[in-house]
Design a protein around this ligand. Structure first.
Ligand code: HEM
Length: 456
């Protein structure tokens, strides 16, 4: 590099503009209050202020990215890493050595270890478990019964992730404990992210004690799962075996802490996101009975009288489009954060090294500039000829780039099967204490869904 080119680079950086500050901030708290009060509405209106806008969250400046093209650019650029408030709050749960929070060479090595378990050609081996769990879910229900959909959705999500990726009958007994621990942890994590009052969470208040108990229980559970597998002497072809056999860059076995963190870092996002999406799917089936009827017709057409099976999934195109449209309007991962590791440029704006960025798949996927009748639930917008009209990166519920969810195909298969099984077996109506308003935590989901299962 010549002195001239360094000078050119420096003057180019100096010529870049500062992103505008979003309107509506107030002294001291900046935009924090509005963000805390109604984050979905707040994130959704930011594009009106610019493609990249600066937010003041208390004393901190955060850069919000609002257009599909630029959120894609951030996700694909090596100038940003996983960091920032969301991930810092998750580290306590996910550990520092798991794939979801690691960066750089460690992250690349870990992705190589876990990726084979999620490849499309690995999925058929999970098919019978996914189908059995989908049918077991509806077989637990009775006509006329009021169902607590939060419990039901998270239970099936944990069971499928655990049974497929960490095979073993021991999972049946432990899945419920994992569910209970995760439910407590995820609500506590979100609180720690939006109200970051570190020392307060160490005070032995009942809520903190409950959180710590759940965290300890999850760690014990993971240790038990690993110990049981080792004691069994078995090495089934699954993710747990891949983790136990993984080697570091020197060819040495990876450490115990890393194995432990990896199991947690895969089980937790896998359960929370799928559980939240199943809840949203059940809300859609309740509020759009005509959609549920079309799914039932499709399943009958494809599977006839027999129970729907994994091999049917690729022919359940309408059902899959319902899943996609549900993820568009109710993306479980509604907010993402990154940190700039270098002075860089985004959309003609200067992004300084160390800057925290946020962007919202929820806002991007509901933007009227990308979608006609943007708030309307319309699965047919994913028919191939219409899907072509959707701008690039305007629909990325699994993200893109090197942090893209490894489980996109796995998740689509299980969600399609569950939706098919559920819509074929029952219709649903809200029970009086059902509250479908969004609950905004680390993931987005309906607040409290209590549904009455009605005969088909
Ligand atoms: C990462 C969404 C299901 C494991 C991600 C990311 C998104 C996402 C958006 C990227 C985060 C970022 O860019 O910062 C979803 C959705 C799911 C789902 C919407 C289902 C509806 C699952 C499942 C598993 C899983 C079932 C595992 C069993 C992971 C892991 C990462 C990840 C390990 C971290 C990848 C990395 O950083 O390299 N997911 N996910 N996800 N997801 Fe998923």
């Amino acid at each position: 590099m010549t002195v001239e080119s360094v000078k050119d680079g420096a003057s180019a950086a100096a010529a870049l503009r500062e992103p505008p500050v979003a309107g509506g901030g107030v002294p001291v708290l900046g935009h924090g209050l509005r963000m805390a009060r109604d984050p979905l509405a707040f994130m959704s209106q930011l594009r009106d202020h610019g493609d990249v806008v600066r937010l003041k969250l208390g004393p901190k400046t955060v850069y919000a990215v609002t257009t599909p093209a630029l959120t894609g650019a951030v996700a694909l650029s090596p100038d940003y890493i996983i960091a920032g408030p969301l991930w810092e709050s998750l580290e306590e749960l996910l550990g520092k050595e798991g794939v979801a929070t690691a960066n750089g060479a460690l992250h690349r090595r870990q992705r190589r270890t876990i990726q084979p378990a999620f490849r499309p050609d690995a999925l058929p081996a999970y098919g019978s478990i996914m189908a059995a769990e989908s049918h077991a879910l509806v077989e637990r229900w009775r006509s006329g019964e009021v169902l607590d959909i939060t419990t039901e959705s998270f239970r099936v999500a944990v069971r499928i992730a655990a049974r497929c990726l960490m095979r073993g009958s021991y999972m049946d007994a432990r899945a419920d404990r994992i569910c209970a621990a995760l439910a407590t942890l995820f609500s506590g994590m979100y609180q720690r992210m939006v109200v970051p009052l570190g020392p307060l969470y160490k005070v032995p208040l009942p809520a903190n004690r409950e959180f710590n108990r759940a965290l300890a229980d999850l760690h014990v559970l993971v240790d038990e799962i690993i110990a049981d597998r080792r004691a069994s002497g078995q090495k089934p072809n699954d993710l747990l075996t891949a983790l136990l056999e993984a080697k570091d860059e020197n060819g040495d076995p990876i450490g115990e802490q890393e194995i432990h963190d990896q199991v947690i870092a895969i089980l937790t996002p896998g359960s929370e996101t799928v559980g939240s999406t199943i809840m949203s799917l059940l809300l859609v089936l309740t509020e759009h009975p005509e959609v549920a009827d079309k799914i039932r017709d499709e399943v009958e057409h494809v599977a006839g009288d027999r129970p729907v099976a994994f091999d049917d999934v690729r022919r359940l195109t309408y059902t899959a489009n319902v899943v996609v449209e549900t993820m568009r309007l109710y993306p479980a991962v509604w907010i993402l954060t990154r940190r700039a590791v270098t002075d860089t440029e985004l959309g003609g704006y200067r992004i300084p090294r160390g800057a925290d960025l946020i962007y919202s798949p929820y806002a991007v996927q509901r933007d009227r500039r990308s979608y006609g009748r943007n708030e309307e639930f319309d699965p047919d917008r994913w028919l191939p000829e219409r899907a072509k009209e959707v701008p690039k990166y305007a629909m990325s519920p699994f993200s893109v780039g090197n942090r893209k969810c490894p489980s996109d195909h796995f998740s689509m298969a299980e969600l399609t099967l569950i939706t098919a099984a559920v819509a074929t077996a029952y219709r649903f109506a809200h029970a009086p204490d059902s509250d479908p308003r969004p609950r905004i935590g680390i993931t987005l989901r309906p607040r409290r869904l209590m549904l009455r299962a009605l005969p088909r």
